[in-house]
Write a protein that binds this ligand. Structure first.
Ligand SMILES: [Zn+2]
Ligand SMILES: [Zn+2]
Length: 423
């Protein structure tokens, strides 16, 4: 349903303090100066927050408040993603000033977060979350989602399912003074995801409006975006949703009170009622709820063949398997630029700049043919190269490979580059 576009993966930019910005005398307090001793806390909240790494998807009126809260908790790392820029109307709902109008939302919030908490490593992507590779959020301990973009919701839900990362989704309904937070624990395939809760209305909207543009993707925010009307709300309701989201995330991470995994909490300003209810998986959800279980690769990935990885993942043969090789596409056949002859390529190529082969007949460049390019790669298509080391199939081996089949999936990461995936 959601085909991937042939675009290069976007990357985060780290936000650094301007030289001398940290020098103010006595400007920095320690977190402990205000952090309460939470009743019944298990473990040491300070230690959890010291190590905490969080991704925030959507830096609008709800997400910006979430990011600022996290900065004030002085967590370890913060990844911020939003393709948008502030408009004049943003002043009505978001904690920004007039000077921020026209600024990109993610990096603007990132700079403020970095100033509030210099110890936090802050990364920003001023682009759509769909432009990140599938492992880009792998190092986050929890993901917060605050977007009214349905395609982004599905995408983030899917990533968190694969990576088994808890996901907190905050939203508002202005006309009914409603603030809502859903917390998806993503412990295994039996739990719910955001798309599980979609009704025919959402799916209809998503399928009608989603545009899959392959031009300029990652820069202009057009990848799989749904044109949605702006959220009509007030700044206080948006802030309330952000506050509720942080309460739920802190409860989940610090294990405060009764478990909040796979629950929804909703405050309605008209009735002053708070409703909590369980979230359950929809058996008809079209998302792949399969968790990717990570195993160590038997050798550097460039020295492993597809057969080696299938065996290391515990599969007996290629039947029914498929492979995700990071941002690489398997080009089974290509077409000659000049004579048009279709011929085998059997290479892993980077979609952005595939290095062409040479035509058997006229020697001109042969480029991958879209009808014979695969991402993910069905094992049946890749049988001719089944035993060939991945390093021999392309310019460079993939940074990670997921082998899927028989209702389970195994992730192998290139050992040296594993922890750099988000930087
Ligand atoms: Zn689902
Ligand atoms: Zn030719």
């Amino acid at each position: 349903m959601f085909r991937s576009c042939a675009v290069a993966d976007a990357t985060f930019q780290e936000i650094l303090l301007d030289a001398g910005a940290e020098a103010g005398p006595g400007a920095r307090a320690a977190r402990g100066a205000r952090l309460p001793s939470f009743l019944g806390a298990q473990g040491v909240p300070d230690a959890v927050l010291d190590a905490l790494r969080v991704a925030v998807i959507g830096l609008g009126s709800v997400g910006r408040n979430i990011a600022l809260h996290l900065a004030r908790l002085m967590i370890a790392s913060l990844w911020l993603v939003d393709p948008g820029r502030f408009k004049a109307e943003s002043l009505l709902t978001q904690p920004i000033g007039p000077a921020d109008v026209a600024e990109p939302k993610a990096s603007n919030a990132g700079r403020l977060c970095k100033q509030i908490s210099p110890r936090t490593r802050v990364f920003a992507l001023d682009g759509p979350v769909q432009s990140l590779n599938a492992l880009a959020l792998a190092d986050a301990d929890v993901v917060l989602l605050a977007t009214d973009n349905l395609a982004a919701e599905v995408d983030v839900g899917q990533r968190c399912l694969h990576l088994a990362r808890p996901l907190a989704q905050a939203s508002v309904h202005g006309a009914t003074l409603l603030a809502q937070v859903r917390l998806f624990a993503n412990r295994d395939a039996s739990g719910p995801c955001p798309a599980c809760l979609f009704g025919p209305l959402e799916w209809g909207h998503l399928n009608r409006e989603t545009t899959f543009s392959c031009q300029g993707a990652g820069h202009d925010g057009t990848v799989g975006r749904v044109a949605a009307p702006p959220t009509m709300s007030t700044s206080f309701l948006c802030a309330l949703a952000a506050d509720l989201a942080l309460v739920q995330v802190c409860r989940h991470l610090l294990r405060l009170g009764a478990p909040v995994a796979d629950t929804l909490v909703e405050y309605c300003g008209y009735t002053h009622r708070v409703v909590t209810s369980p979230l359950v998986r929809n058996a008809n959800c079209p998302c792949d709820h399969q968790r990717w279980n990570e195993l160590p690769a038997p050798r550097p990935l460039g020295d492993c063949s597809l057969r080696d990885l299938a065996a290391a993942a515990g599969f007996s043969g290629p039947a029914g398997l498929s492979f995700n090789a990071a941002d690489l596409t398997y080009a089974e056949q290509g077409a000659c630029n000049s004579c048009g002859l279709l011929q085998p390529l059997r290479r892993l190529v980077a979609v952005e700049q595939p290095r062409p082969g040479r035509c058997h007949t006229c020697g001109s460049p042969v480029l991958p043919h879209p009808f014979y390019s695969y991402r993910p790669i069905p094992a049946g298509v890749a049988l001719p190269v089944w035993q060939q080391p991945l390093g021999q199939l392309g310019e460079q081996p993939p940074a990670w490979v997921v082998v899927g089949g028989e209702g389970r999936a195994v992730l192998f990461r290139q050992p040296a580059s594993g922890k750099e995936s988000m930087a």
